[in-house]
Design a protein around this ligand. Structure first.
Ligand code: ADP
Length: 473
């Protein structure tokens, strides 16, 4: 079976968050399970792209409203990612330095989708399943089934995975002429709340949609940035499949980005060695529990609460802990966090920016990872942290609820809190401090979480089951 994944991100070529991690790993594990999976993504002007060698496999032209554009499909020649990787290059539209944040994001991603469809419509060996990821590819199912231009693709099942429903790719109706060969009777499929909504169109038109955890599928009917009714009414089409982690990339035993490699058996010493280096780098005492945060500094992650959580932990709860934050995002949150190290000189440090290697060092060197998330479709950070023996402190929401069990429960191994409130998070931090003081229990839990199986094998086979059902339909 030939599966084509379409995505704006794919690690290590381009990653902003979990979408990149998933699309960089899932096809690799699907291929191991016997499925011929490949990835199609935009060409970016980045070192990771320039480092690889590509060959042009297709050249074409398409139409974005009145604008004609030329495009190329490039294939990476050595399959270094473990699967065939195709990049779509559209000079002037899809050759950016970064993935997101441009004024003409609509034009950028609509052109990406049109170029893919034009290519797929013209080649003889068609995919068996088109697997779209998030709103950047949400118009593809609509266009496959309702545009005359892409009629040759209308029998192919399309699957859409919702990694994050907060972002939907909205644009106004004055740009409907970007979508070729559509008759007005189909406009209702594109519309949600008076604008064109690519994520909503994808949900309506795909054969099946998946979410990156089971709990997130349930939550979307009550909280999905305006799409609640849509998710509730389409729920029969939805399947929750938990993300896995790429155990080749995230492996404390072999990770070349960390200071000292270790296994569950050697976690005590391994953590000590890694913590020593991280604490030295950030001027924090090694003797205190190190609580880390890694992630986008946005409301979804509860990042605006971090300054208050830190303050309440250190002042009100009088917790003897240190905090280290790695992240970038909304300027006000960045500014508030930048002020923290001068207020709490010996207990807090902050690195504003995106740094993949540092994230690995922190997963390995921290004692606890704090995730006070407002929304968490799956959450990969807690899975990575557990693989590195770092106990997660999480707000029980979305995928965090599916993957972290509180230590108060039988078989529990993490620290959970329910309410999105800094006080509740600070109380959870003080529970972490108490756990840290119980060295024997801490070591046992570290060993236990390192051995939990969150590899892709199980999830990859759930996707394959879904494809097989659709293929045989
Ligand atoms: P989301 O996709 O919502 O951002 P996930 O938990 O699914 O959240 O994935 C986040 C991924 O991005 C993880 O691999 C995490 O380590 C990484 N990440 C987030 N922020 C940073 C940062 N500032 N530096 C390095 N890695 C980061």
């Amino acid at each position: 079976m030939n599966i084509v994944h379409l995505s704006a991100e794919c690690y290590p070529i381009a990653k902003v968050g979990g979408l990149g991690d998933v699309v960089g790993a899932l096809p690799k594990y699907q291929r191991k399970a016997g499925i011929n999976a490949s990835v199609v993504m935009p060409w970016y002007n980045t070192a990771a792209v320039r480092k690889n060698t590509f060959t042009v496999v297709f050249e074409g032209s398409s139409q974005l409203g009145n604008r004609t554009f030329e495009f190329q499909i490039l294939r990476e020649v050595r399959d270094t990612l473990g699967f065939p990787l195709y990049l779509i290059r559209i000079p002037g539209l899809l050759d950016r330095d970064s993935v997101y944040g441009y004024q003409d994001e609509t034009e950028q991603f609509v052109a990406f989708q049109l170029a893919f469809l034009d290519w797929a419509a013209q080649i003889t060996e068609k995919p068996d399943i088109v697997h779209c990821h998030d709103h950047h590819t949400g118009l593809i199912p609509f266009l496959m089934y309702h545009s005359e231009r892409y009629g040759s693709l209308s029998e192919i099942p399309a699957v859409l995975t919702v990694h994050n429903a907060q972002y939907q790719g909205w644009f106004n109706w004055d740009k409907v002429n970007y979508l070729p060969g559509i008759d007005a009777s189909k406009h209702g499929l594109l519309d949600w709340g008076g604008v064109i909504n690519p994520l909503a169109a994808g949900i309506k038109c795909c054969w099946r949609f998946t979410t990156v955890s089971e709990n997130y599928l349930k939550e979307l009917s009550v909280y999905s940035n305006g799409l609640e009714y849509l998710f509730a009414s389409e729920k029969e089409k939805g399947v929750g499949i938990l993300n896995g982690i790429d155990t080749e990339v995230w492996n404390p035993q072999a990770d070349s980005m960390i200071t000292a490699n270790y296994t569950a058996a050697t976690v005590k010493k391994g953590k000590q060695d890694n913590k020593k280096v991280v604490c030295k780098e950030f001027g924090l005492a090694q003797s205190k529990p190190l609580i880390a945060f890694i992630g986008r500094l946005v409301g979804e992650k509860g990042a605006e609460l971090l300054p208050q959580i830190i303050e309440q932990s250190l002042l009100e709860f009088n917790s003897k802990v240190n905090f280290l934050v790695l992240g970038s995002g909304e300027p006000e949150i960045e500014e508030a966090l930048k002020r923290m190290p001068s207020r709490f000189k010996k207990n807090v440090n902050v690195f504003i920016g995106y740094n993949e290697a540092l994230s690995h060092r922190i997963y390995a060197g921290a004692d606890f990872l704090l995730m006070p998330s407002r929304v968490e479709p799956c959450g990969l950070n807690q899975l990575y942290s557990m693989r590195y023996g770092t106990i997660p402190i999480v707000r029980s929401t979305g995928g965090l609820k599916d993957t972290v069990i509180d230590i108060e429960n039988e078989n529990g191994y993490g620290i959970c809190f329910e309410n999105l409130a800094s006080e509740d998070a600070a109380r959870a931090v003080s529970r972490a401090e108490a756990l840290y003081a119980n060295s024997q229990r801490l070591q046992l839990l570290r060993k236990e979480i390192m051995q939990l199986d969150y590899s892709w094998d199980k999830s990859a086979s759930q996707y394959i089951q879904l494809y097989t059902q659709l293929h045989e339909f």
